[in-house]
Ligand binder design. Structure first.
Ligand code: GTP
Ligand code: MG
Length: 379
């Protein structure tokens, strides 16, 4: 019968010397592994553990790999099991953390990690040229091996970063209230006109318009003109306190759009007023309108400053005026808000589309100099 014993030493040489001294020169090594020896109840010294036998029938000994419980269960096997379980849990936690970091756009690699192959470097340069931040471009590229690196693989990866919400969904019992907020001149009023026309004229929904942008006469007139053309009612609200009553007046509607005055993100008082208006409505979907012609740093600043109020969606406007779209990816990674619509021109109601992640990704890659920009063709 095989005589199997365990030996522990600081080094493998020491352990083998012990085996030889005990079992003779013909001893067979069954298994070796590194173990952490508890020192005063703390995981401490790393030791080498050797299981050896004086039976030369190696195969029969090796096959079971795990020595049988009755003869060979090492006294600390339960400890090892629980340690392994603990390590497995830690690995799971780390995996979840990395996935979460990746989802929320925090680069999981240092920006000093180079793209590893010439092809990676080529795409890195193209993405940066398209306006994608270097850290974000590197973080994307590290997920693709050289063999798998192709435009379509990259497009899929980029598409994953764009969260989209689909079109505004209506609710049964009460009107859906949608407020558009954002910096000056990005296209809030025009987008409301486009969407109001699509819901009222194409989908035959009952749509009401409210404007709280009474700072400029022209602003009220602009929305009033659209309301007349589309033939939907409009209410003009002069102070935030009147807003809930105006919404109540539209209780028979399917959809109510609230137009707001363009606010400089750098004016926190104005943003505060807007937030107060928003808080007066218990159930309101806020869409932050951003222009694709704005540079990344300013977009970050805008999203951050408008974030004092609940932001539910992002609308990207003026895609027709941009040549690169890396800034949209940067914002999607840094502030992953669902994108509802994109607008592609001044025409009402045609130039608005429900955002699609794949199209947005192809726009980002279309802005790489190797390709012509891909834009929705103007009909
Ligand atoms: N090229 C292009 N122009 C657009 C688009 N959307 C809006 N515009 C134009 O942008 C200009 C400003 O649009 P508005 O809708 O008045 O913008 P706003 O955000 O309501 O502006 P304020 O209320 O002053 O803050 C107008 O000339 C629009 O025709 C778009 O998708 N593409
Ligand atoms: Mg406006």
């Amino acid at each position: 019968m095989a005589n199997i014993r365990k030996y522990q030493a600081k080094t493998i040489t020491e352990a083998l010397a012990m085996v030889r001294a005990d079992l003779g020169r013909d001893a067979v090594i069954v298994q070796t592994r590194k173990v952490n020896k508890r020192v005063l109840g703390v995981w401490g010294r790393e030791m080498v553990e050797v299981w050896a036998s004086d039976n030369p029938d190696l195969e029969s000994l090796r096959r079971p790999q795990k020595p049988s419980a009755s003869t060979l269960t090492p006294p600390d096997s339960q400890e090892s099991d629980s340690r392994i379980e603990q390590l497995e849990n830690e690995i799971q936690n780390l995996k979840a953390m990395i996935a979460q970091l990746a989802r929320h756009g925090v680069a999981v690699v240092s920006d000093k990690v180079p793209a590893s192959t010439p092809e990676h470097n080529r795409w890195l340069s193209l993405l940066i040229e398209a306006g994608v931040e270097e850290t974000i471009a590197r973080e994307l590229l590290q997920f693709i091996s050289e063999d798998a690196l192709s435009e379509s693989a990259l497009q899929s990866l980029i598409a994953e970063r764009f969260i989209t919400s689909g079109a505004i969904t209506l609710q049964e019992a009460q009107p859906k209230v949608v407020m558009l907020v954002g910096p000056t001149g990005v296209g809030k009023t025009t987008t409301i006109a486009k969407l109001a026309a699509q819901y009222a004229l194409l989908q035959k929904r009952r749509v009401g318009l409210i404007t709280i942008d009474t700072y400029r006469i022209a602003a009220v007139e602009q929305l009033r003109t659209y309301s007349q053309i589309i033939d939907v009612p409009i209410r003009v609200v002069y102070s935030g306190s009147e807003l809930p009553a105006a919404v109540r007046e539209f209780s028979g509607m399917d959809l109510v759009f609230v137009d707001t005055a363009g606010r400089s993100q750098r004016n926190s008082m104005q943003i505060g007023e807007l937030k107060a208006c928003c808080e007066r409505l218990s159930d309101c979907e806020v869409h932050l309108v951003l222009s694709s012609t704005t540079k990344t740093r300013d977009l970050y600043d805008i999203v951050q400053r408008f974030s004092v109020m609940p932001l539910h969606r992002v609308v990207w406007t003026k895609l027709d005026e941009s040549t690169t779209f890396g800034n949209m990816l940067n914002v999607a990674v840094k502030h992953p808000l669902p994108i509802s619509y994109v607008t592609t021109g001044q025409r009402v109601p045609e130039d608005v589309e429900v955002a699609e992640a794949n199209k947005l990704a192809s726009l980002v890659l279309g802005g790489c100099s190797a390709h012509a920009p891909i834009l929705t063709p103007a009909a």
